[in-house]
Design a protein around this ligand. Structure first.
Ligand code: 5GP
Length: 189
């Protein structure tokens, strides 16, 4: 199945994904492509495929994406190959994507579980974004504006989990995955 983590900047989705991968050998991370600049410490092919706009358009033309979205002025996309290959190997795929992308994946794919990750409150989200240290005031304001908009969409998703403690939050998500696997709808009885 596909597990989508959505939620505003500062909710801690990326860190959560990493934690969940430690807990679950059957889980594979869907590595996205983006046109945004690489941040300090980020590694090509590990954090993202960092593409120029031209390369991104080329991948898009060749049908290499399952979904694409423009987020905070940059393009992001989920490469198709790896997701389809992992699913056919009976692996579960975890995605850290925005709300627009999540809506596309939910429509296109079967077996999707969507989990909205919330920061404890917006002030904490702002603090977490600031700690990353790479945004100017306008960018920070934009992220906070998008965060408020995204939270209003929460009812479109299957679950909501507040990330006030990374380990606890990862445990809750792991439990959701286990429970979903036992859903009658997913069983070939
Ligand atoms: P960041 O630039 O902080 O890594 O990510 C910004 C936003 O883009 C986050 O909400 C993240 O979930 C989203 N994002 C990352 N990869 C993808 C993707 O492949 N598709 C979509 N639609 N959003 C993505």
């Amino acid at each position: 199945m596909i597990v989508i983590l959505v939620g505003p900047s500062g909710a801690g989705k990326t860190t959560l994904c990493k934690k969940l991968l430690e807990y679950d050998d059957n889980l594979v991370y869907s590595l996205s492509a983006t046109t945004r600049e690489k941040r300090k410490g980020e590694i090509e092919g590990k954090d993202y495929y960092f593409l120029t706009e031209r390369e991104f358009r080329d991948w898009e033309k060749k049908g290499r994406f399952l979904e694409v979205a423009k987020v905070h002025d940059y393009y992001y996309g989920t490469p198709k190959d790896m997701v389809l290959r992992s699913l056919s190997d009976n692996k579960d795929v975890i995605m850290d994507i925005d709300i627009q992308g999540a809506e596309i994946i939910k429509k296109k794919m079967d077996d999707v579980v969507s989990i909205f990750i919330l920061p404890p409150d917006l002030e904490e989200a702002r603090r977490r974004i600031k700690v990353r240290g790479m945004y100017n005031r306008i960018e920070l304001q934009n992220r906070m504006k998008t965060a408020r908009k995204e939270i209003k969409e929460i009812r479109n998703f299957d679950y909501a989990v507040v990330n006030d403690n990374l380990k606890e939050c990862a445990k809750v998500i792991k439990s959701i995955i286990i429970a979903e696997k036992h859903s009658i709808d997913r069983m070939e009885v």
